[in-house]
Design a protein around this ligand. Structure first.
Ligand code: ZN
Length: 190
């Protein structure tokens, strides 16, 4: 099987790339790496993140390894459509916090000939697919699943273990309340 990694501006077509994985798997780092390369190539890049995610910075996307890139915080996917008119490349971080309307928006952008690069958590802390990520993975041309390392056994990890008690689907800005775990070591908290 040959792995395809897009390197260039779309030629008369757009496309969608999704980087999906658990926490601590390097999703945002990979998003930043791709967008930086587009910038170096003098492409017009715009980056968005949802309002819910205000950890570290309101005007940047920041990876756990402290790489960062300027970003625009938006509440709804329709704002992304509005603010992407002049962009060739559109980056979206923490896509799991957007509504399912994001699927239509990224399809429209790709249909207009733009490259859309999306990063997000594909599973919640229970191991249940986190909308709209399943739908985004389905409409994307290119998919990368990033794996972390299980803190318990050292195997490749694709799940996010919550280590404190809460029934909220998301605890924002609480990275120390989570661990990367493999299938064998992950459990659903009560
Ligand atoms: Zn494990």
């Amino acid at each position: 099987m040959m792995e395809f990694t897009p390197h260039s501006t779309p030629k008369n077509t757009g496309w969608i790339e999704v980087i999906a994985g658990c926490m601590f798997s390097g999703k945002t780092e990979e998003l930043i790496r791709r967008l930086r390369r587009a910038r170096i190539a003098k492409q017009n890049v715009v980056v968005f993140k949802p309002l819910i995610d205000n950890r570290y910075s309101n005007t940047e996307i920041v990876s756990h390894s402290e790489q960062s890139l300027p970003s625009i915080t938006v509440e709804t996917p329709s704002e992304i459509l509005e603010l992407s008119k002049n962009a060739q490349v559109i980056g979206i971080d923490e896509a799991q916090f957007f509504s399912n309307d994001l699927v239509d928006v990224v399809n429209k952008l790709a249909d207009e000939g733009k490259r859309v690069v999306i990063a997000g958590l594909d599973l919640d802390y229970r191991g249940i697919p986190f909308e709209p990520m399943p739908q985004l993975l389905a409409v994307a041309e290119y998919i990368t699943k990033t794996l972390a390392i299980c803190v318990c056994c050292g195997n490749p990890a694709d799940r996010t273990q919550r280590t404190i008690h809460s029934s909220e689907r998301v605890i924002v800005g609480a990275a120390d309340s989570y661990e990367a775990r493999c299938r064998k070591c992950h459990y659903i908290p009560e």
